[in-house]
Design a protein around this ligand. Sequence first.
Ligand code: ATP
Ligand code: MG
Length: 176
Amino acid sequence: MTDRQGIVMVYTGNGKGKTTSALGLALRASGHGEKIMMVQFRKSDPTYGEIQAIRKFLPTMTVVQSERSRFRGKGGFDPEDFADAANVFGIGRDALLSGEYDLVIFDEINFAIYNDFVTVTDVLEMLKARPKHVNVVLTGRYAADAIMEAADLVSEVRAVKHHFEAGIKAQQGVEF
Ligand code: ATP
Ligand code: MG
């Protein structure tokens, strides 16, 4: 599918539904046989429902998770956290620049940028250099202004209410 104009999409905001939107788009694209890469920053659990489903049911989609997981207790980040994020970014960037994928998803990259794991400059350079037919999704809270400016589509999910506030913990099938 090299004749189309790829779209850069940002899913940001403080409400629930960013990563699941990206996965919904992947589902849609996979139905057309599109080749998909999703890299995930600070998610290392292969038992998440979506990861199991992709591996079972979406043969054209590849997922690469980080080494480091989301919850690491209190305290600052260590050098390995930065190396891990750089590795994840490199895999996603290589996939995007190769032109071999129709859709490349960088899950939680906005939050990675916010935490200085990845630089805005590196992301902007990658977007500029990308083969024009590739669709790109960048998810995560606190998307940088420059990233939103560079994107073709920005959707902000606003938390009106979240069950977490009522004490309902993360649930299988809803959160993971
Ligand atoms: P999902 O993966 O369910 O689409 P998300 O990608 O929009 O969520 P993230 O910022 O990546 O949200 O946070 C992931 C987790 O945090 C989700 O399990 C979600 O339920 C929870 N979460 C999202 N928004 C809120 C909120 N406003 N308050 C508390 N927890 C939240
Ligand atoms: Mg998310």
